[in-house]
Design a protein around this ligand. Sequence first.
Ligand code: ADP
Length: 489
Amino acid sequence: MDKPLKILLLSSEAVPFAKVGGLADVAGSLPKALRQLGHDARLALPEYGLINEAQFGLTKVLDSLPVPAGSNHELASIFKSTVEGMPAYLVGNDKYFGREEVYGYDDDGERFVFFCRAIMEMLKKLDWRPDVIHCNDWHTGIIPNWLKTIYKNDPSFAHTATAFTIHNLAYQGIFGPELLEFAGLADYGLIPHPTDDDLSRVVVLMARGILFADVINAVSEKYAQEILTPEYGERLHPILAQRQDRLFGILNGLDYEVWNPATDRAITVNYDVDSLDLRVENKLALQREAELSAGSDIPLIGIISRLADQKGFDILAEASDQLMELDLQFVLLGTGEERYHRIFANVAGKYQGQAAVFLKFDGALARRIYAGSDAFLMPSRFEPCGLGQLISMRYGSVPIVRSVGGLADTVKDYDPTTGQGNGFAFSDYNEEALLTAVKRAVETYRIKDTWRILMERGMRADFSWQASAKKYVELYHKALEFKQNELDV
Ligand code: ADP
């Protein structure tokens, strides 16, 4: 093995401290997987008010650390916690983080720039210096920018490379030009966008991460290609194109210990690929819980998702009446946009006994749906990686997906002539394509032996973190090479 690397992964959220979405799962799992490969990976995040200091045994390692903030300084406290052997640094400051939510404040730009600046200043004080600073999404996009500007000649970071991961390009961290002053970058000015005048007049933190990081990656290979196109590029595709030689794709992994039907305590009966006959008990229990008519032979389709446009709920809503004409049952668990709450509450009311809708966030019910459904639907408009399809395969629920982003990389359409494939996939973003895929799944479900093969393929697949963590190590080495080449010129 190459020499062990020192990696600091910065994220606005990370399991087990604070979770809003999939980013927290990645930020919690990847450093652990890197440590298992022998690298010294550590985590950094803000110390939000919602984090229980006692629960995580936080100890203060730096007190009253002065952090430049505009023309002044703000003080930060740096706490440390150790999670299963992994050190995590948490930036405390009541003004910015003593609040109950992670995101959604008017000063989010300042809050996350402050978090990043506190970590940079902390690193100058600690006797531990990372080889690579791994930034994630817009909240940390300012750091690669700083390493090429205000910290460029700082001996502490002379050999520090940066990696920047795009988890979802749709959220870009766009703020007024005054944020530059706060970030100490007023002398460097705004960065003109090659084609978009509006974006030339604002600070786009995501774009800064993309422009200045030594390497960039998106969370699946397909998404890394898609974001270079106008359709998926969210207006940043011309900027990504400038850095195409630095752009890679690495699929997220799934934590196979957290998601395991053989040990999952939330489900009715545990099972694995060798005891698949037991699985039906979970389906019958789910039918009872969801007040659907009982029956092991009717295909039951599950959906667990944020109710957002990204996830394809407009075409699902369009298709719902025709879907319900098919001989199937349907369980949806999700929260999000109000209009989808209304639409799907109506569907449940209209098709009692056939469709059930739970408009809430419920981790245990999610597990019962993964274990109790026959198929799992993700008709996403775009999907950087997607965890739902990986979890459903792990639990033996066959995925039906739109072939986009990480869904395209992980779910291959079943072809009855060759017998290849592990699910059902459609390409066009419309209700007919969705319906056709569901119909094909329902027809295949009737052929019990074939369906069982599809279930087993999903359950035997390996989408764990091990493979992905190795690819991140390669990515870090590339970052260090690019950095070294720059120093050599
Ligand atoms: P995204 O991060 O874009 O929301 P992913 O598919 O990557 O989508 O991850 C979604 C995760 O959140 C999955 O683990 C899914 O089971 C979970 N999830 C989504 N909505 C709910 C809900 N209402 N209740 C419980 N879990 C949910």
